[in-house]
Write a protein of this length. Structure first.
Length: 198
């Protein structure tokens, strides 16, 4: 059985350097969410770090459009499953480099531009569990705040959550390794083998 690594956020460059593709991790601390509109805004409008309501340097940006329930004392997370990460491939490298992220998380992996940015900036891509939105919501212990909620709506706003033992797998590391590329290459090889059998 693979032993999980507990990571306390924010992460340091040393924390990231110690992670390899295939490592299973449990995140503890503050993460932020961001989908298409947040990424587009960060890249096109380029707000400074001081313009954001919270410091995102060293943290993990989760590709997630959470389902939220408004309550008297704030918001409760109902569902928090991952969004397909390739949707923001055109923006991610810039966001990583400009805002000092140490991790991005979603599902499905990302492309070569992001992989290069992970190496250059000391960052990792984490894949979490698809189809387990309610389970992942239970790993979120507190909703700390939001940004662009009125302008973007609950799904597209940036949320800051406190998480406890939030599960993920490192699938792209800061050394240029990508499990997604390895699986794609192995699948293509297998396909070619099968094609020759016909």
């Amino acid at each position: 059985m693979v032993e999980e690594k507990r990571l306390n956020l924010p992460l340091s460059a040393g924390d990231v350097a110690g992670l390899k593709a295939g490592d299973m991790v449990l995140l503890n601390g503050k993460i932020v969410t961001g989908r298409d509109r947040v990424h587009k805004f960060l890249v096109e409008k380029r707000p400074g770090k001081e313009d954001l309501p919270f410091d995102i340097a060293g943290t993990v940006l989760y590709h997630c459009g959470p389902v939220m329930k408004k309550e008297a004392d704030g918001y409760q997370v109902i569902a928090a499953g991952p969004t397909t990460s390739m949707r923001v491939e055109m923006y991610e490298a810039d966001v990583i480099q400009q805002y000092g992220l140490r991790g991005v998380m979603g599902k499905g992996g990302m492309g070569d531009k992001t992989l290069r940015a992970l190496q250059e900036s000391g960052c990792v891509y984490l894949q979490t569990i698809g189809g387990a939105a309610a389970y992942l919501a239970d790993r979120i212990v507190k909703t700390i705040g939001s940004w662009k909620l009125e302008e973007f709506g609950t799904t597209e706003a940036m949320w800051i959550f406190e998480v406890k033992d939030f599960p993920a797998i490192v699938t792209m590391d800061s050394n240029g390794n990508s499990l997604h590329k390895e699986i794609e290459a192995a699948s293509l090889l297998k396909f070619k083998e099968l094609a020759h059998l016909k």
